[in-house]
Write a protein that binds this ligand. Structure first.
Ligand code: MN
Length: 320
């Protein structure tokens, strides 16, 4: 029996979902199954390549949007944007297999699969409880403190860093298979993972140090401009790690494809957020959610970015 398993690529929850589904499938459907794993990425045009599905076996998707194709036999997702269009949603609603599941209230897809496996199929696996727990924390951003996330205070958080940056699909596939048989601590001990992790951690600590140097805090807003530092992304909890008193964070970065103003709010802020960040970003052509958003500009628009950044900071600052 062949199974093609499509999962959300470069995502801890996607990889955890693939590992959990593998164990569930082997226990409840077919222990001899031959599985081919394929990572899926969100694309600007939202196109879903149906050639990825096979004709001579089962096709499953976990932690990724629906594919309206009758060859799809299993589906689990928890994203708001699970359907490309109304026709795709109608295809899902008309499904009679009983093997396609969506719950947009679930913090992680991995815990959703674990819940359905238990409630509907009577499948429980204590050895996977740790993985389900961490997928929930990471995908739900439910950290106990900024330090837990910034200091990567668990094997799961270190493995997350490896998964998010890894370009070699076969390497990620080995991680998925390891997760079905080993604990997170055991996986982290392997020399293969350690070799991948070291340069990632070095870069992570450099970024932490850079933000520490560049950040300024004033009247409820921490801000930093690292457009000239050649660094595209940063762990969004770093500003709250150094400035726990802040309500907001505003940052300017520049990558090959864009100048970006990131605007966030501190989940542990002593003074509550009073602005809708999405609305502010939308005024500058960006968007997001009430608690976090961004504005993207052309890669040469650094000065415009600095001007917008200053205006956004002034709007967010408290009177005293
Ligand atoms: Mn997810």
């Amino acid at each position: 029996m062949k199974l093609r398993l499509l999962y959300h690529g470069n995502c801890f929850d996607g990889v955890s979902s693939a590992a959990f589904f593998t164990k569930f499938y082997q226990a409840k459907v077919n222990s001899e199954v031959e599985i081919v794993y394929l990572p899926m990425m969100h694309q600007a045009n939202n196109f879903f390549d149906k050639n990825l599905l096979i004709n001579d076996g089962e096709n499953a998707i976990v932690d990724f949007k629906y594919c309206a194709d009758d060859r799809l036999t299993w589906w689990f997702d928890h994203h708001q944007s699970a359907f490309l269009n109304e026709q795709d949603e109608a295809h899902f609603r008309a499904d009679i297999s009983g093997q396609k599941f969506l719950d947009t209230t679930s913090k992680s897809c991995c815990e959703f699969i674990a819940r359905i496996a238990k409630e509907k199929y009577g499948y429980e696996d204590e050895s996977m409880a740790e993985l389900v727990h961490w997928a929930h924390i990471i995908d739900g951003a439910l950290y106990e403190s900024p330090a837990q996330c910034v200091e990567l205070r668990s094997s799961a958080l270190k493995l997350m860093q490896v998964i998010e940056g890894e370009k070699d699909e076969k390497f990620v596939e080995r991680i998925i298979k390891s997760l079905t048989v080993k604990s997170l601590d055991e996986i982290l001990e392997s020399s293969e993972i350690q070799a991948k992790l070291q340069p990632i951690l070095d870069q992570h600590w450099k970024t932490v140090e850079l933000i520490k140097q560049k950040a300024n805090y004033s009247r409820g807003v921490v801000s930093f401009d690292i457009a000239d530092e050649g660094l595209e992304g940063f762990n969004k909890f770093i500003p709250y790690y150094f400035y726990p008193q802040t309500t907001y964070n505003v940052a300017l970065t520049r990558g090959a494809k864009r100048v970006k103003i990131s605007v966030g709010s501190n989940p542990w802020s002593p003074r509550p957020r009073v602005h809708n960040i999405a609305e502010i970003c939308e005024r500058y052509g960006g968007g997001g959610h009430a608690v976090v958003g961004a504005v993207s500009l052309a890669p040469d628009a650094v000065e415009t970015g600095r001007k917008y950044m200053k205006e956004i900071i002034e709007e967010l600052q408290f009177e005293d």
